[in-house]
Ligand binder design. Structure first.
Ligand SMILES: [Zn+2]
Ligand SMILES: [Zn+2]
Length: 114
């Protein structure tokens, strides 16, 4: 009792990175997406697509998080950086797109493909 046996074993405890799909050894980097008012006000032509808040698990490498954003068609604010908590921002357009930003800067967002 009280002795922790390291489990090296079949994949049952394995965590896969949502960005690159390979196994994560050690601590995953978790990213959650906040729910904001902006989402509720999103143009609803395509219906209100609820965003999955996560948390999503990645390698501790922003490239993996950005790969995930790219795959989903999210844009990334280049004034922000990849953090554990990202704010979704609706970018008007046809169709409207979603950008993710850490919300830590005061100037305007500058969304670019992730
Ligand atoms: Zn990865
Ligand atoms: Zn921003």
């Amino acid at each position: 009792m009280g002795i922790r046996v390291p489990t090296i074993g079949p994949d049952e405890n394995a965590i896969r990175c949502r960005g690159c799909g390979s196994l994560i050894e050690g601590q995953p980097f978790r990213v959650s997406v906040m729910d904001t008012v902006a989402i509720e006000r999103a143009p609803s032509s395509a219906g209100q697509t609820p965003i999955n808040p996560g948390p999503f698990q990645f390698h501790p490498d922003p490239a993996c998080v950005r790969a995930w954003m790219r795959e989903r068609g999210y844009l990334f604010c280049r004034h922000g950086s990849v953090r554990a908590l990202m704010r979704p921002v609706v970018i008007p357009g046809e169709p409207p797109r979603l950008g993710l930003c850490d919300g830590m800067h005061r100037d305007d967002h500058a969304f670019v493909p992730a």
